[in-house]
Design a protein around this ligand. Structure first.
Ligand SMILES: *[C@@H]1O[C@H](CO)[C@@H](O)[C@H](O)[C@H]1NC(C)=O
Ligand SMILES: *[C@@H]1O[C@H](CO)[C@@H](O)[C@H](O)[C@H]1NC(C)=O
Ligand SMILES: *[C@@H]1O[C@H](CO)[C@@H](O)[C@H](O)[C@H]1NC(C)=O
Ligand SMILES: *[C@@H]1O[C@H](CO)[C@@H](O)[C@H](O)[C@H]1NC(C)=O
Ligand SMILES: *[C@@H]1O[C@H](CO)[C@@H](O)[C@H](O)[C@H]1NC(C)=O
Length: 525
């Protein structure tokens, strides 16, 4: 058995006892199954570091998450593996950066491909180890043919194939463009976004009713936990929320839509949803469930008051040049995400960890706790215990996917800068820094004043950063890397009636019945 020492377990020292507990047993199948913990990973969309009240006192909308922080561990220096949706999710599920797994930018409604098929997902690894696996929520790793989640290791899928604003709409609601108006003006047209809702491979609703989506996710997730706990098998639930991308049409819309009202109401709705899942865990599988909450990337600043809070991570250097610290950038606001770990009786309560960690650490941590092997013939990014992180360009500047910012302890070097589109419409210019900009985050979390390149501190740190970067690039160059198919074809659009583009103005019945037979074959999980 390959013994792993994932960073998370080592750095969050408290978890180490737990690791030995699982690694040093040589168990027969049955008892090993009993020992395998359940995993719940909740990934919020575009949530800001400052959206968590426990992180940022100005935020008062997350009572359930704040309670979870008091009952578990809060990671304050935890980062998404990329600053945009598909790459971040791909890294979470493969434990590998986009330069290895091939997912360097987002998939589209018309995308033919998805996460490359020879990448092995966390769900596949855990399913092989006897886990029941479910993904509820936003997938965004390819929806066409074999890229659908039911074929990527998940026994059960309920959710939308990509973001809830990826489609046309007749009534923008709380959303702002880029959701385009639908071309159809007949009376029975959609009033929401022309987006499908899947249960396994069946489109059960199109367009999806966004008003009831949070309630449906909560119901399906709690049902899954209930059924899994009764099955006696360990489970892995990956809940990829539609919140906080832009506020959804909510079950209880805010009375005051101006200012931050709509965002706050949506944040409270998300918090309540997480609270419901945690209550379900506490009343069924409390002692044996490892629960993560984290985000896929930072807030979407161009949505103005409909975007989240970066807290103190304002990317001040960039702000002075236009654009800012947000989703799509390598500034802290783009990838430092609120993160909580909860496991009653195992993870100490009410603790704060400043360990430097990222989403690529989740894969080896869970694989290790499940006492199974990582997939062979490839390398992983979360196994190295050094205090480094590599941030890929995610759209705001530089060649997409390439590593152009490096974190070493509390230092952060930028080889390329650029700002995400800000609320005022400005975008920072792409600038290359052959002598990288170097910030000391221990005294400058805003990333305001780079160290002078002649300063002794700069001279002392730079060689180590250069070494770390060339080592990881060398490691990737000699790894088995995958290439994603980013081609487009309109027939890849998921649609309950293929005769019609995004099946507008048509009832879904015939395809539904056809797909139900398919669902019988794949099973109801
Ligand atoms: C959408 O869901 C809400 C909340 O459950 C419900 O009140 C409403 O009738 C639904 N709309 C449609 C068109 O089904
Ligand atoms: C609505 O919110 C805005 C911005 O926060 C505030 O200025 C305004 O007074 C509020 N209106 C009401 C009726 O509360
Ligand atoms: C958690 O820790 C904070 C800060 O140390 C303290 O103020 C608070 O009372 C603690 N909460 C609980 C429930 O112990
Ligand atoms: C790449 O895959 C081949 C088998 O396909 C294997 O022999 C080789 O060791 C792998 N390389 C790495 C770095 O894992
Ligand atoms: C995936 O397949 C491609 C093409 O055959 C290959 O180059 C690559 O090494 C594979 N990736 C892995 C992780 O095995």
């Amino acid at each position: 058995m390959l013994i792993l020492f994932p960073k998370t377990l080592l750095l969050a020292g408290c978890l180490i006892g737990l690791f030995y507990h699982f690694s040093d047993l040589s168990l027969g199948g049955k008892r090993a199954d009993l020992e395998k913990p359940n995993f719940i990973v909740i990934l919020a969309d575009d949530v800001g570091w400052g959206d968590l009240g426990a992180n940022w006192a100005k935020t008062k909308d997350t009572p359930n998450l704040d309670k979870m922080a008091e009952e578990g561990m809060r990671f304050v220096d935890f980062h998404s593996a990329a600053s945009t949706c598909s790459p971040s999710r791909a890294s979470l599920l493969t434990g590998r950066l986009g330069l290895r797994n091939g997912v360097t930018h987002n998939f589209a409604v018309t995308s033919v491909g998805g996460l490359p098929l020879n990448e092995t997902t966390l769900a596949e690894v855990l399913k092989d180890a006897g886990y029941l696996t479910a993904v509820i929520g936003k997938w965004h790793l390819g929806h066409n043919g074999p890229y659908h989640p039911n074929f990527r290791g998940f026994d059960y899928y309920f959710g939308i194939p990509y973001s809830h604003d990826m489609g046309c709409t007749d009534t923008p609601g709380y959303d702002l463009p880029p959701c385009p108006p639908c071309p159809c003006s007949q009376r029975d047209c959609y009033t929401g976004v022309a987006l499908p809702l899947f249960e396994n491979t069946v489109i059960v609703q199109q367009h999806v009713n966004l008003t009831s989506l949070a309630a449906q996710y909560a119901e399906k997730a709690t049902q899954f936990i209930q059924r899994a706990s009764e099955s006696g098998r360990p489970f892995f639930l990956y809940l990829a929320l539609a919140h906080m991308h832009v506020p959804l049409v909510m079950a209880q819309p805010p009375t005051n839509l101006s200012g931050h009202g709509a965002y706050s109401a949506s944040l409270r709705e998300m918090d309540a949803l997480v609270g419901r899942i945690k209550d379900k865990v506490d009343s069924t599988v409390k002692e044996n469930t490892f629960f993560w909450f984290t985000g896929d990337n930072g807030p979407w600043s161009q949505k103005c008051e409909l975007a989240g809070s970066v807290g103190p991570f304002t990317g001040a250097w960039q702000q002075q040049r236009g654009g800012g610290s947000a989703k799509q950038t390598t500034w802290e606001g783009g990838h430092r995400v609120p993160t909580l770990a909860y496991w009653a009786g195992r993870i100490p309560a009410n603790e704060t960890s400043s360990a430097l960690l990222s989403t690529v650490d989740v894969f080896p941590t869970l694989v290790s706790l499940a006492n199974v092997r990582v997939p062979p013939n490839r390398r992983f990014d979360g196994l190295d215990v050094s205090e480094t992180l590599f941030h890929p360009n995610s759209g705001a500047a530089g060649r997409i996917g390439e590593i152009k910012a490096v974190r070493l302890d509390h230092y952060k070097a930028f080889y390329t800068t650029g700002g995400a589109k800000a609320c005022d419409g400005s975008t920072g210019p792409e600038e290359h820094h052959p002598a990288p900009l170097l910030f000391n985050l221990a005294r400058d979390v805003q990333e305001q004043v780079p160290l002078a390149s002649q300063a002794a501190e700069y001279q002392a740190v730079l060689p180590e950063i250069t070494r770390a970067l060339s080592a990881v690039l060398q490691d990737i160059a000699t790894d088995n890397v995958s290439t994603a198919d980013y081609s487009h074809d309109p027939t890849a659009i998921p649609c309950c009636n293929p005769q019609h583009v995004v099946c507008r103005c048509q009832p879904c019945r015939p395809a539904l019945e056809e797909c139900s037979r398919e669902a019988d074959r794949t099973g109801s999980w």
